[in-house]
Ligand binder design. Structure first.
Ligand SMILES: [Zn+2]
Length: 298
């Protein structure tokens, strides 16, 4: 069993990301598995200087120990290019030079179709002979439907043709899209279990589809509820989630265990972070996690 925690270095570790760290750690360690850390730093403009080191230091101070070297997505473009070439060889991707406006306009007089992640791309460039440079690369989807059984959220179904459309794997600026990078890394690192926030549930079928195209098995997915504020916004850097501090490690870890339904004993927060993690991996029970996409933090 190999799990992973894959934060983006857009800011310091906050309660929302602590939940994913703790959940994925307990899932792997409760079964004697390995737990890897990967820094998802592909999107350099969104990165905050020093955040990656800050996140790693906070994890250490909270008692987490990862296996192997920390992997940085920014250093792995050869893996992503290799996957793109494989898909190219199978004629599964094509170049697209559409701007956002052109995509909206391509619906002509019909109302634009909104899917689960913005406008559904209508396939304009699938058969275009000449595309302008710079251009993105899109993968061809089909209407066969993707179904998977999430360990927390249950059966999830999606039809990529109707819900998403052909989606981008490489952006016009050359950056590998998240959907491709995350599955290439999961495959290359041998990840068997992915536990992360339910805000990524809707993109999982795209990732399973890419795994299928590359002839690789999907890991088992588990999507925990995200912590949201009173306005039902996910806690993130954008919603000004407060950073968590080492001085409060025991309190924060106990709160996170409660959020994940693990019902730690009342006095656990009086113990050290290491003791709390010991308790957490010994008592980990994924079936106690609420089958909800988000929970408002009280
Ligand atoms: Zn296009």
């Amino acid at each position: 069993m190999i799990g992973r925690f894959a934060p983006s270095p857009t800011g310091p570790l906050h309660f929302g990301s602590l939940l994913a760290a703790l959940g994925s750690y307990c899932q792997a360690k409760s079964e004697g598995g390995r737990w890897l850390v990967r820094i998802e730093d592909l999107d350099k403009p969104r990165e905050m200087t020093g955040a990656a080191d800050d996140i790693l230091r906070t994890l250490e101070n909270f008692g987490f120990e990862w296996d192997g070297e920390v992997v940085y997505q920014s250093q792995r473009s050869s893996f992503y290019q290799n996957a793109l070439s494989q898909l190219q060889t199978k004629s599964l991707i094509y170049s697209c030079d559409c701007s956002r406006k052109e995509i909206a306009d391509s619906y002509n007089h019909r109302p634009p179709q909104h899917g689960i992640d913005g406008l559904i791309y209508p396939g304009t460039c699938r058969h275009k002979i000449a595309v302008k440079t710079p251009h993105a690369s899109r993968v061809i989807v089909n209407a066969e439907g993707i179904t998977f059984n999430d360990a927390i959220q249950g059966k999830i179904q999606q039809n990529l043709a109707y819900d998403v459309g052909d989606f981008v794997l490489q952006r016009a600026d050359g950056l590998c899209a998240y959907q491709l990078a995350v599955i290439v890394d999961d495959i290359e690192q041998g990840i068997t279990h992915v536990l992360r926030g339910a805000d990524l549930l809707d993109s999982t079928p795209r990732q399973i589809y890419l795994q299928q195209l590359l002839g690789q098995p999907a890991p088992q997915y588990a999507h925990i509820p995200v912590a949201s504020n009173a306005a039902h916004e996910k806690l993130s850097k954008q919603t000004l989630a407060p950073a968590i501090h080492t001085a409060h490690a025991s309190t924060m870890l106990t709160q996170a265990l409660n959020f994940l339904g693990q019902q730690p004993p009342k006095d656990l927060s009086n113990h050290s972070a290491n003791d709390i993690l010991q308790w957490a991996k010994q008592h980990w029970d994924i079936t106690k996690i609420a089958k909800q996409r988000s929970i408002v933090l009280s």
